[in-house]
Design a protein around this ligand. Sequence first.
Ligand code: 7TS
Length: 419
Amino acid sequence: MLNVKRIREDFPVLQRKVYGKPLVYLDNAATSQKPRQVIEALREYYESYNANVHRAVHALGMEATDRYEAARRKVSQFIGAPNPECIVFTRNTTEALNLVSYAWAQHHLGPGDEVLTTRMEHHSNLVPWQRACQERGATLKFIPHAEDGCLDLSGLDSLITERTKLVTVTHMSNVLGTINPVGLIARQAHARGAVVVVDGAQSVPHLPVNVQELDCDFLAFSAHKMLGPTGIGVLYIRPEITDQLEPFLRGGEMVREVWYDHATWNDMPYRFEAGTPNIADAIAFGAAIDYLSALGMEQVRQHEMALTSYALKRFRELEEVQVFGPGDVTVRGGVVSFHHPQVHPHDLGTFLDREGVAIRAGHHCAMPLVRSLGVVATARASFYLYNTEEEVDVLIAALQKATRYFARATERVTQAKRA
Ligand code: 7TS
């Protein structure tokens, strides 16, 4: 079991108050808070060994390079990659997915080909494939999901055909919380020769993820959702597929030799890290991974499963509120999107903020999915390793207060209209 009380002491921001109320931070799917260890790693880098990497012979340059490459090794181990050369540092998940669309799809999709995805993708794993398909004359197809938010894989056999060149699936939905069986999908996709991309933005921070078990060719995720800094993300690339990729960004570091009229490419992973990388944030990301590894991702998952289960139980007490996504916490993560028939999600978000509770309201960068739920926006509470049942209680009490407040407000308007 996680010692949450002890963990919370590592997160300075969790000690603060908002409008005089203790902060209840439930917007972790957007970005997580950062422990002291990560903040300290950033400070230490800038204070004691700031230098560019992979080029200087001086002490600072070598220290920075060592620590930057150590971070890469930590990431590699964290996701069970066969070696650190499989790990490319990007800005975030969005850039990692775009990298695949430019470096692979641009060169391998042709007219009549198909890309298969789901209807629950974040815009980052939808819009790049729309472009790739439009430019290459390919077709984007979708695996449907049932009303409970679980993928309907009954027709997968006929959806993946010899035309399917790429299958891309989110491991965990940022709206429904659904954890998709990507390993199973990957096996079927590979059997037909398709390449498999996994959007791990919501799964890697919250569950044990092993790329060899998932059997994916690419896995994208962001440090900022897993205790790390913003501005640094990862693209895992299966070693066997690297020969099929063309460079994405071109310039310094990604080249081996350059002439006036042509150039040759550096080895992996530098081939995909053109220009000076985000050194400080990569190193601090390494500190975040140390933190998560010390706790154990299985423990993190267990904590969030228990908390989500408790939250779903408490949500059932709010009769008017509709919760989206699977009811079974073994197939859902700690993301709870909900709809209040009388209160607009943005009003709820603003009301809850005054109670110190931070949630997100909106389309969560998954507009087609949210539209398909029959609403324009949802409110969403999302948990992480430092959240507690007491905080869920604060959320529920704030929602009950909001219901009473907005009911009274509606009543006042009705009376005013009558008068
Ligand atoms: N994929 C999924 C499943 C996500 O949840 C997000 C971010 C991304 C990709 C993009 O990550 P980025 O780091 O490149 O921005 N999701 C959210 C969210 O749910 N609220 O804010 C960002």
